[in-house]
Design a protein around this ligand. Structure first.
Ligand code: 5AD
Ligand code: SF4
Length: 435
C-alpha cells in the first residue's frame, strides 16, 4: 500500500465547483488514486479555484504559497490547478506560481489523467484549458455518502451580465442529454441519496426545456426531493412556476438572483429585466405557493451606483421580504464589460453599503423565521448537527435549516417537526407527536 497514489483536493467557490471536485475525484479514482483529507499525506494536490470575486482569487494565490513550502520538503509532490482561475489564466499560472505542475480548465476534467502522464514523460508543465464541448463526455463523480447530491444538467453561461466572469471561465451554454442525467439520478438512488440538486448557471435555458426535464426526472423512485439552481429571472416561465407547484418532489424553494432593485443598475448590469417585471413574477409565484421560500443574490457598489440606487435596492428587500439573501460587494473582474465602466466606487463605500443591506436583511430573516414558531414542517434529516452532536439537522422544503433531538436512524427520512424556536440561521424544533 506504500505506493498508493493519494490526492488531496481543495475547493473554492460555488456548488458548481464543489461538484466539479467530486468529478475530479471520480476521474482520479478510476486512475488508481485514493482521496486523502490530510494534505501532508498526499502525493498530488489539486486546487480547484474560483474567480467570481477578488477575494477568492487572493485566497488561492496565498494557498499556493503555503503548498510550495510543503513541496520544498517533499519535491515529488505534484500540484495541479483547475477551475475558473485556471481556465481564465491558463499558462500564466505556471509562470506566476513556480512549482505548479499541471493546469486544467473547467472543461478539461476528463483530461487530467492524460496531463499526469504527459508530466511524467516530458517533465514539462502541461496545460489544458480547451473550450471544447464536453456534453458527450460522461465521467463519474465521487460523492461523499449522504442524503443530498448535486447533478450538473448544463455547463457554461450565455448571459454576459456585465459584472460576471463566468462566461469567460465556463464558456458557452451546453446542456447534457436528458437520458444521461436520468441514468445518473437512478444511480444515485442505489447509493442511498434522497435529494438531488440540478445545477446550471441558468437552468431555465436547459435545451430540452427545463420544466419538461423536471417532469422527466420526477418519477425516479427513491428520490424524495428535487431542487435546482440557479434561475435567471428573465427566463423564469409560468410553466416552471406550474411545475414547482404541481410536482410534489420539486421543493418549494426558489433562488432568484435580483442583483439590484434599481432599473438603472439592472440595465447597466445587462440583466434583461426591470424590478417591476421581476416583482410580478414573485407575486405570481407567491399567489400559487404562499409557503415558498425565496432567496436571492445582491451586489452592492456596482459602478455608478448612487445612494439613491442603494435605497431602491433596500426598498426592494423590504418589498419582497426574502427568506435569505447572499449579498456581495461588487468586485472588478478581468475581461468583463463593467471592468471598463466609469464610476467604480471605493472599497469603504462598498463595505458601508454591504453592512446596511446585511443589517436590514438580518431583521427581515429573523422576523420571517420567528413566524414559523408553532408550525409543523416536513424536514429531510441530513445528519448530526455540527454545533451539537446530540442533535439532528435537516432542511425544510423551503430550504430552512431545522435542528432537533432525535435518533440517528432518522437520517435520510422526512419527519414532521414542530418549530419551537427561531434564530437567524436556523429553526429549532421537536419531533411532532404524530411521528
Ligand atoms: N462582484 C460581486 N459579486 C459578484 N457575483 C458575480 N460576479 C460578481 C462580481 N464581479 C455574485 C452575483 C452572483 C453570485 C453567484 O455572485 O450576485 O449571483
Ligand atoms: Fe463558480 Fe463562478 Fe466561482 Fe467559477 S467563478 S467557481 S462558476 S462562482
Amino acid at each position: 500500500m506504500e505506493n498508493m497514489r493519494k490526492v488531496h483536493i481543495k475547493t473554492w467557490g460555488c456548488q458548481m465547483n464543489e461538484h466539479d471536485s467530486e468529478r475530479i475525484a471520480g476521474v482520479l479514482l478510476e486512475n488508481g488514486y485514493q482521496l486523502t483529507e490530510d494534505i501532508k499525506d498526499a502525493n498530488l494536490v489539486i486546487l480547484n479555484t474560483c474567480s467570481v470575486r477578488d477575494k477568492a482569487e487572493h485566497k488561492f494565490f496565498s494557498e499556493v504559497g503555503r503548498i510550495m513550502d510543503l513541496k520544498k520538503k517533499n519535491p515529488d509532490l505534484l500540484i495541479g490547478v483547475g477551475g475558473c482561475i485556471a481556465q481564465q489564466k491558463g499558462k500564466e499560472i505556471t509562470k506566476r506560481t513556480k512549482g505548479v505542475d499541471l493546469v486544467f480548465g473547467t472543461r478539461s476534467i476528463h483530461e487530467i489523467p492524460g496531463l499526469l502522464d504527459a508530466l511524467s514523460e516530458k517533465s514539462k508543465h502541461p496545460v489544458n484549458v480547451a473550450e471544447h464541448k464536453i456534453n458527450t463526455v460522461s465521467y463519474p463523480a465521487l460523492r461523499k455518502k449522504g442524503v443530498k447530491a448535486w447533478v450538473s444538467i448544463m455547463y457554461g453561461c450565455n448571459n454576459f451580465c456585465t459584472y460576471c466572469v463566468v462566461p469567460y471561465t465556463r464558456g458557452r451554454e451546453e446542456s447534457r442529454p436528458k437520458e444521461e442525467i436520468l441514468k445518473e439520478v437512478q444511480g444515485l438512488v442505489n447509493q442511498g441519496f434522497k435529494e438531488i440538486t440540478l445545477l446550471g448557471q441558468n437552468v431555465n435555458s436547459y435545451e430540452m426545456d427545463f420544466p419538461a426535464l423536471l417532469s422527466y426526472l420526477h418519477p425516479v423512485e427513491g428520490i424524495e426531493r428535487i431542487r435546482f439552481m440557479t434561475s435567471h429571472p428573465k427566463d423564469l416561465s409560468d410553466r416552471l412556476i406550474d411545475a414547482i407547484a404541481e410536482l410534489p418532489k420539486v421543493c418549494n424553494h426558489l433562488h432568484l438572483p435580483l442583483q439590484s432593485g434599481s432599473d438603472k443598475i439592472l440595465n447597466l448590469m445587462n440583466r434583461g429585466y426591470t424590478y417591476s417585471e421581476y416583482k410580478r413574477k414573485i407575486d405570481k409565484i407567491r399567489d400559487k405557493m404562499p409557503e415558498i421560500g425565496i432567496t436571492t443574490d445582491i451586489i452592492v457598489g456596482f459602478p455608478g451606483e448612487t445612494e439613491d440606487d442603494l435605497n431602491i435596492t433596500m426598498d426592494a428587500l423590504r418589498d419582497v421580504e426574502y427568506d435569505n439573501i447572499y449579498a456581495f460587494k461588487y468586485s472588478k473582474r478581468q475581461d468583463t464589460a463593467a471592468e471598463k465602466f466609469d464610476g467604480h466606487l471605493p472599497k469603504d463605500i462598498k463595505e458601508e453599503r454591504l453592512a446596511q443591506v446585511m443589517l436590514l436583511q438580518t431583521e427581515i430573516t429573523t422576523k420571517k423565521n420567528k413566524g414559523h414558531i408553532g408550525l409543523t414542517v416536513g424536514v429531510l434529516v441530513e445528519g448530526v448537527s455540527e454545533a451539537d452532536k446530540c442533535r439532528l439537522t435537516g432542511r425544510t422544503e423551503a430550504n430552512r435549516i431545522v435542528n432537533f433531538t432525535g435518533h440517528s436512524e432518522l437520517i435520510g427520512r422526512i419527519v414532521n417537526v414542530k418549530i419551537i424556536n427561531a434564530n437567524l440561521s436556523n429553526l429549532e424544533g421537536v419531533i411532532s407527536k404524530d411521528e
